[in-house]
Design a protein around this ligand. Structure first.
Ligand SMILES: [Zn+2]
Length: 406
């Protein structure tokens, strides 16, 4: 029989093989691969003797009741959607490590004095709709109308996707009220180089940086590429190019501000037509909320100026605005005790990447454990965490579960 670590490693490979593309890893909200992955995770939960359920939006849950079913549950988990051309550890490891820790307890014949709910979220990255945390948002409150009306690249809204592509057979609304749970703990790869530099396999997280996401559309006029002299053009793409470079200059001159344009679409998109519209995304992050808002305002003014100069219309559509989220000091201190017991280190880091805990912190205390990943590489097919470090992560999580008070 294989050990919980061996099972976890095999599962990472298995989940990493479920993709919507034959040439790289991608699973987005309610895509065929996303639903297949959800079914696979449900099977693993059932194999552990958990009570399983799924929501129409593809998020799945396994409950291990423990010896006191009425005690406030502990939530563990992460997301199983991916970016485009992803690695197999981002998100998936948090779900698989949570199951491995429970399997370790099972092998030791330990029954916890409270229920553990393992949650696997169908969307965190926001790849399809540019709206992050769909999975964790819908477990804390119903999705708002604005979110439900957000369209994907094909014009299908989230509401339509859930209605037409959703997983409705025996679906359960998975929802938590404030105060109902004792906490949420997520293990995740660091997605940065700090642990590697510090020569440490793992650390706890102090807080999650604030993040603003928006969609910007510049609209000009589609004209003939051969007959329209340069001064008469209202080219949306060259306007977008100027905006994007201005964003880069702003971020480069104000560290630790980071700004990314990860996606751009132009219309009509023909080699002999002047682009009529250009739509691109902005992802802006800063650890200090007031600074983040100030830079966002500055960027908006700059874009207005560029659009006016070029006789373009500007649409500035905020998609998401998350304040920095502190992890819960008490829960984090307990996780840190387990980190120290296993590794001898008490290292703490702030997370530059967003995580589901941002949303879940609205209903319960959160804590996070980061695992070292090679070269800090993530959102990339070469993303890698060593079996030794994964084993250490599972051990820390197991130690933490055993030390939780009833
Ligand atoms: Zn992730």
């Amino acid at each position: 029989m294989s050990s919980p670590l061996e099972t976890a490693l095999a599962r990472l490979d298995e989940l990493g093989g479920i993709s919507d593309s034959p040439s790289y890893l991608v699973r987005t909200f309610l895509s065929p691969a996303n639903l297949l992955a959800a079914e696979k995770i449900l099977q693993w939960m059932a194999d552990l003797g958990m009570e399983t359920s799924h929501a129409a939006d593809g998020t799945v849950r396994g409950i291990l009741v423990g010896s006191n079913p009425t005690a406030p549950p502990l939530l563990l988990g992460s997301h199983f959607d991916t970016v485009i051309d992803a690695g197999k550890f981002d998100g998936a490891l948090g779900i698989i490590a949570a199951l491995a820790a429970l399997e370790s307890l099972h092998e030791e014949k330990i029954t916890l004095p409270f229920p553990v709910h393992v949650l696997a979220f169908s969307d965190e990255e926001g790849t399809r709709f540019q709206t992050t945390y769909l999975g964790s948002r819908s477990i804390t409150a119903p999705l708002d109308l604005e979110t439900l009306n957000a369209p994907d690249a094909a014009g299908i809204t989230i509401a339509q996707a859930i209605a037409c592509e959703g997983w409705h057979s025996v679906a359960t609304a998975i929802r938590y009220d404030p105060g109902e749970c004792r906490g949420y703990v997520e293990l995740h790869i660091e997605q940065g180089r700090v642990l590697e530099e510090a020569d440490q396999p793992a650390c706890v997280v102090s807080s999650i940086a604030g993040q603003s996401r928006l969609t910007v559309t510049l609209t000009g006029r589609a004209d003939h590429a051969g007959t329209t002299p340069m001064p008469l053009r209202r080219d949306a793409l060259t306007g977008a190019a100027q905006c994007i470079l201005a964003a880069e200059i702003l971020a480069e001159s104000h560290p630790p501000l980071v700004i990314t344009v990860g996606k751009i679409q132009i219309h009509p998109g023909a080699s002999n037509s002047i682009p009529q519209s250009a739509t691109f995304t902005i992802d802006l992050r800063h650890p200090v909320d007031s600074d983040r808002r100030e830079f966002l305002g500055h960027l908006h003014e700059t874009f207005i100026h560029i659009a006016t100069q070029r006789s373009l219309e500007l649409q500035w559509i905020p998609i998401q605005d998350n304040n920095a989220t502190p992890c819960d000091p008490a829960l984090t201190a307990r996780l840190q005790t387990s980190l120290a017991a296993v590794t001898g280190s008490r290292l703490t880091l702030a997370s530059g990447a967003g995580h589901d805990g941002v949303v879940i912190s609205k209903v319960c205390p959160i804590a996070m454990l980061f695992i070292r990943c090679r070269d800090g590489l993530s959102h990339h097919p070469d993303e890698f965490a060593s079996p030794e470090d994964i084993g250490t992560g599972i051990e820390i999580l197991t130690h933490f579960l055993k030390s939780c008070p009833s």
